[in-house]
Design a protein around this ligand. Sequence first.
Ligand SMILES: Nc1ncnc2c1ncn2[C@@H]1O[C@H](COP(=O)(O)OP(=O)(O)O)[C@@H](O)[C@H]1O
Ligand SMILES: [Mg+2]
Length: 251
Amino acid sequence: MSVPTPVPRPAPGAPPRLQVDGLTVAFGGLTALDDVTFDVGHGEVVALIGPNGAGKTTAFNAVCGLVRRRAGRIALDGRPVPRSTVGLTRAGVARTLQGLGLFDGLTVLEHVLAPLGRAPRAEASAAALAVLADLGLGDLAGRRVDELPYPVRKRVALARALVTRPTLLLLDEPAGGLGSEDIADLAATVRRVADGGCAVLLVEHHVDFVMGLADRIVVLDFGRVIARGTPADVQADPAVEAAYLGVQAAS
Ligand SMILES: Nc1ncnc2c1ncn2[C@@H]1O[C@H](COP(=O)(O)OP(=O)(O)O)[C@@H](O)[C@H]1O
Ligand SMILES: [Mg+2]
């Protein structure tokens, strides 16, 4: 298995891979995030869950520098987060977006080569083909993504994130639109990546998917953290059930 590459473990007492402290984001009069604090350790899978509109994608975007924060601090290994895509990649950060973000007309291989822009060609090809093989996409390298079914395209988006061998992987609704078999594969892949030392922040709408996967869960509702802890803690928390039932009752 060539993905993930084991990364050196941090020294004891070192800062977490990702630290989000007192994050507040507002869009005009709407406070999308209000004083949100959480962290993700090296090799840990942390899931940010909550009903639609809870602020999950906004938190994700704030970590990537895509939205401006009104207050709070975000740090990678205790250092500020680079703003540019190239800077993020260099800092070991990779992400998949809530939408696929793929380009019709480009092949699977072209997508996975793109983040390796400056690497020597042979090296880039080897890395791309290795990650494709790992994700069961080896036979599809030359296929145009628009010819492929949705779950396969979703996997291409994940391959494109993994090809840079990130040490912080941000996934926004990776299970969205997938059936149970693909979700099980995805969970196994994410766990494998984390076991290689990568910190994973998973943003999800669906509670079930993360229960068997996440080490810790942070629950957002209307931009605030309403619960946090192990999957068992969160599942037993009446505030979590109320938040999800509240959304169902309203729709
Ligand atoms: N760019 C934006 N401009 C204005 N409002 C936004 C913007 N992005 C998100 N929001 C609002 O912020 C809240 C949180 O949205 P979002 O982070 O997308 O939630 P989630 O990902 O949990 O479904 C929602 O009320 C949403 O309408
Ligand atoms: Mg979202």
